[in-house]
Design a protein around this ligand. Structure first.
Ligand code: ADP
Ligand code: MG
Length: 702
């Protein structure tokens, strides 16, 4: 779902050129179409929204035969030979380029990874200082990029957009496809806002912005275009938020959940430990909220392992004592299963009944479970977000807890509301919310923070090893297992893939069992296993029948096994920083010192920064800020469904001023034109409908 999508389908209007599939575009055959689709571009509309990553002044390219010594120049040529010379102390990668006029020798030092990136047959553009050696021109450490073999030499300097490229589709090719089709797309871009608003905020028209972002005359114009499109993305988000706030204010009364001393003692007695002060505070804040007749809307924030689940369970039990059902929603099935087990253990011997609802719950079982749920025989329902869907009935739902999810979707709220339910909401997150995001996504949440970890936790030591030293990690795991502890090994994928060199669970399990970890008890865990298989593996690990669990990121959140003291993440460069931090949070849960080992031959700067950040910090807040900086919020929030748009361009780390403006403008707009019925808002409404679906109508009608 995209914010500024101008292709919002509208059944009543004629088919827009923007929905034309990429196959039908100028300069796109079946192969390029496939490569475009791999980049998420399937229609002309997608292409229009495939924005440049940056812009560059491009110098004119010279024929190799005309190069001049000691000047920085640009050349385009075909790679005719490559070689890697591993000689110490400065190993180098060499290539020979030929542009038809002459050959150029190129060398890069300390760049073994280029062996995987530069191959004979490719056409490269290289820019660097030219020297001559025995009359052969040479460049050392030039800047380089892969370009389209068919494209002619650029003989005039120009200002050009650089697109996010793939191995198969260089930026230059994308640029050409965009230029060839832009004029067909532009007439379809409709204005969203009143001319007054555009003038007041000094914004160019939407159509102009889409033109100038792809075809700017200079940097200033490109930036102005970007600002307009970012503003639109932020407006769409703020309108979505405004609408959802209005839905809630007009909402039904929430059930009252009362707590007294006796109940408090009864709930507390369920926990095998004393609550920390921080947990205690959070509980007080929640207790105050749920005793009022309005729905609670609270974010519970605390680092991995700080004890949020316990706080949520407290609230759920308070609900049960008040004869209300609670639902706990987890982002993955494995985590839902884990929560189910934890709650079952804690509530053993009580009258509280728990039901587990996942996509894998057996069909017959499920029917009975659903019936029990609708009759109120199940008190606590644990599941994934699908638990809140049209065909699931609750008898008296009082509280919804959402774990590790950034927000309950507007859609899901609407579903509940349409059933006459207005439960309290508690959203748990281990991801600290930077200020800009607090101003936007969570603008209407109250926040409780658990700042401190439960007592007795030792800091986790993190090391980063190159793969050549992986044996040290395996030796370390052996010694920990020898001391009675357990370990996780996490890999990026389940199975081998011909196109991807990264390691897989299946293959590594086999390799490690026979080799480096032979004699230890290993098991696997990944998302393609059935619920029973996963549960079997998890409980065997919990019961210490298994020493090492080789897994994918299914164990990323929530898994709680205090005896595991080593988290080894292989091909660690494949993971995002927050994800690495979450994975590390799976250890350090008991009284023993724990260790996180990252194995990675990180070859680019961003990967190195991630590894280093992990080694340097165990503070979730620092990590999150760093992650946001390195990746931007689009990816930071992943593709999780939070009911709000993902941004293509807006960067919430730096867009504070524009965000404030959009917020003001959205509120003013909703005040003045609450149902967005003015003729000038037709296209805007269409875009919002596309984003929020029928929820929008629900909300606007009331
Ligand atoms: P989070 O959900 O914040 O990651 P959990 O609620 O899963 O954290 O708690 C992490 C671990 O700490 C669990 O094993 C839990 O039983 C334990 N724990 C929680 N609160 C306390 C406490 N007050 N004292 C000791 N251990 C606790
Ligand atoms: Mg948790």
């Amino acid at each position: 779902m995209t914010a500024a999508n101008p292709t919002a389908p509208d059944a009543s209007s004629k088919r827009s050129a923007l929905s034309e599939p990429v196959e039908s575009l100028t300069g796109v055959g079946p192969t390029r179409a496939r490569h475009l689709r791999a980049l998420g571009v399937s229609t002309l509309g997608d292409l229009l929204e495939y924005f440049p990553r940056t812009y560059q002044f491009e110098s004119a390219e010279k024929p190799v035969s005309q190069l001049i010594a000691d000047q920085i120049q640009t050349v385009r040529g075909q790679v005719i030979a490559v070689d890697y010379i591993p000689s110490r102390p400065r190993p180098r990668f060499e290539a020979t380029l030929d542009d038809g006029t002459e050959k150029l020798a190129v060398a890069w030092f300390n760049s073994a990874f280029l062996r995987r990136q530069i191959h004979p047959g490719m056409t490269l553009r290289v820019k660097g200082k030219v020297t001559f050696f025995r009359r052969i021109p040479k460049m050392v450490q030039p800047k380089w990029e892969v370009v389209d073999a068919d494209a002619p030499r650029v003989d005039q300097a120009n200002f050009r957009p650089i697109y996010p490229a793939s191995q198969r589709l260089p930026s230059e090719t994308i640029a050409r496809i965009v230029q060839d089709n832009l004029d067909t797309a532009l007439p379809e871009v409709e204005e969203w806002f009143d001319p007054d608003l555009l003038e007041r905020r000094r914004l160019m028209t939407r159509r102009k912005a889409y033109e100038a972002i792809h075809r700017p005359i200079d940097m200033q114009q490109a930036m102005a275009a970007r600002r307009r499109i970012v503003y639109d993305e932020l407006m769409l988000m703020q309108l979505g938020l405004g609408i959802s706030r209005r839905m809630r204010q007009r909402g039904l009364a929430a059930p009252v959940i009362r707590l007294d001393k006796l109940l408090d003692q009864r709930i507390r007695a369920r926990f095998p430990f004393q609550l920390t002060d921080a947990q205690q505070n959070a509980i007080w804040e929640i207790a105050r909220d749920i005793a009022r007749g309005q729905p609670m809307n609270r974010l519970l924030q605390g680092d991995v392992g700080s004890g949020k689940t316990v706080v949520a369970l407290y609230a759920m039990l308070a609900g049960v004592a008040n004869k209300l059902q609670s639902a706990l929603l987890a982002p993955t099935e494995v985590l839902a299963e884990q929560h189910y087990l934890t709650l079952s253990n804690l509530l053993r011997g009580s009258n509280v009944t728990i039901g587990l609802f996942t996509g894998r719950t057996k069909r017959q079982n499920k029917r009975a479970l659903l019936e029990d749920l609708s009759e109120g025989k199940i008190h606590l329902a644990v599941g994934t977000q699908s638990l809140i869907s049209e065909d699931i009935e609750f008898a008296n739902l009082g509280l919804v807890v959402v774990d590790e999810q950034h927000k309950l979707g507007v859609r899901q709220r609407a579903v509940l509301k349409s059933k006459g339910l207005a439960p309290h909401y508690l959203v748990m997150t281990a991801t600290p919310i930077p200020r800009t995001l607090a101003l936007s996504f969570f603008a209407d949440f109250d926040v409780s923070v658990i700042q401190s970890l439960p007592p007795g936790r030792l800091p986790i030591k993190t090391r980063w090893l190159r793969s050549a030293r992986a044996v040290e990690a395996y030796e370390f795991i052996r010694s920990e297992v020898g001391a009675g502890r357990q370990a996780y090994i996490v890999l990026p994928r389940v199975e081998e893939d011909a196109l991807d060199e990264s390691k897989s669970v299946i293959k590594e399990h086999e390799r490690l069992s026979k080799g480096p970890l032979s004699g230890l008890k290993l098991a696997i865990l990944h998302g393609q296993m059935s619920t029973e298989e996963k549960q079997t593996a998890m409980s065997a690990f919990r019961d210490r029948q298994i020493d090492v669990l080789v897994a994918t990121t299914v164990i990323e959140v929530g898994i709680d096994i205090p005896n595991a003291t080593v988290m080894l993440i292989d091909n660690a460069e494949q993971f995002g920083l927050s994800q690495l931090h979450q994975l590390r949070g799976r250890v350090g849960r008991g009284g023993q010192a724990s260790h996180c080992i990252l194995i990675s031959d990180a070859v680019n700067e961003s990967a190195e920064q991630r590894m280093q950040a992990m080694v340097d910090s165990t503070d979730g807040f620092e990590i999150a800020e760093m992650d946001l900086k390195l990746r931007g919020p689009g990816e930071f929030f992943g593709t999780r469904q939070h009911g709000l748009p993902e941004f293509k361009l807006a960067d919430l780390t730096s867009e504070l001023a524009l965000l404030q403006q959009a917020k003001e403008d959205a509120l003013a707009m909703l005040n003045e034109d609450p149902s967005l019925n003015k003729p000038v808002h037709v296209a805007l409404r269409k875009a919002l409908t596309h984003q929020l679906g029928t929820t929008l109508d629900l909300a606007l009608i009331g």
